[in-house]
Design a protein around this ligand. Structure first.
Ligand SMILES: [Mg+2]
Length: 296
């Protein structure tokens, strides 16, 4: 049954969950980062130190933060270095990286046996199957690679445009490879070669079974932690889907701009929402986590 969305502030269940938390999983874009993917701007594009100071406070307390992102391991390595973090789950959870690359683990869902011994990457297996070309043909002028973020990918393909999700999945289902189509929400690319579309969405083509939740579950197992000891913070439907894998899911306020996210969040009891958008919301959560640990 639906319930009104709960604010993170002054919520005793959230405070209890935070007092137990030993690890924070965080999305980046629209969550920790502001406009243009910067930690030093807010969502409006105004300079702000709020998120960076909160990261420093969490780091000072020695609390682990793990990035969970659609971005590539290459990109996350540099971001993790700048934020002084060690571990990240890249490409929607397909690539788990520890110690900024000291150890790399692939979580390939139904593709477990497809990482070939000669090192052929699932990304190239998908390309070679012709299914991406089939998608482009099925939606002429409505779909293109999400440049420059589509480069250097090891497992998933990243596209952008505006197409019907069911029709796109139907194209993937014509491939002998088990593949999933995922709409990762609206993006604001600087330029596109698309015919006019009202809103540009980012889309992932992934091995079936790859998702952020599976990667977090595998990471918790490795850390010898339980679901109750984990918190996720994010801004999209993909972030919300991890709710059964963590004790508390925190949405930054801008997540509720999406009707789909708002409706879905209202059905889940372990979801709370920050007052602030993006980095300001992230900072609210960071200080609430620190305060809850002080009290325990
Ligand atoms: Mg995001």
């Amino acid at each position: 049954m639906d319930h009104p969305l709960t604010s993170l502030a002054d919520n005793h269940l959230a405070r209890e969950a935070l007092s137990r938390a030993e690890v924070l999983y965080t999305d980046l874009d629209g969550t920790l980062l502001g406009r243009g993917g910067s930690i030093l701007t807010d969502l409006r594009g105004e300079p702000s130190l709020t998120a960076a100071e909160a990261v420093a406070a969490i780091n000072r307390a020695g609390l682990p933060v793990v990035i969970v992102s659609a971005r590539t391991a290459c990109m996350l390595k540099e971001i993790a270095r700048m934020l002084a973090w060690q571990d990240y789950l890249a490409e929607m959870g397909a690539v788990r990286v520890y110690g900024r690359g000291a150890e790399i683990v692939y979580d390939l869902g139904e593709w477990e046996d497809r990482l070939t011994s000669d090192g052929e990457r699932p990304h190239d297996v998908i390309e070679d199957s012709g299914v991406i070309a089939a998608l482009m043909e099925a939606f002429p002028g409505k779909l293109e690679y999400h440049s420059p973020h589509h480069a250097d990918r090891e497992v998933t393909h990243l596209l952008r445009g505006l197409v019907d999700d069911t029709a796109a999945q139907a194209v993937l289902d014509t491939s002998p490879l088990p593949l999933t189509w995922l709409d990762n929400g609206m993006v604001n690319p600087r330029s596109t070669g698309l015919d006019w579309v009202e809103h540009v969405h980012a889309y992932h083509v992934m091995p079936r079974g790859v998702d952020k939740a599976s990667a977090i579950a595998a990471d918790l197992f490795r850390r010898d932690l339980t679901r109750e000891q984990a918190v996720m913070v994010g801004d999209s439907l993909a972030d919300l889907t991890v709710h059964e894998t963590v004790g508390l899911t925190v949405l930054v306020a801008n997540a509720l701009r999406s009707d789909t996210v708002r409706e879905r969040a209202a059905c889940i009891e372990t979801v709370v929402v920050t007052d602030g958008a993006a980095g300001e919301g992230w900072a609210e959560l960071a200080y609430a986590w620190l305060a809850a640990r002080e009290e325990r």
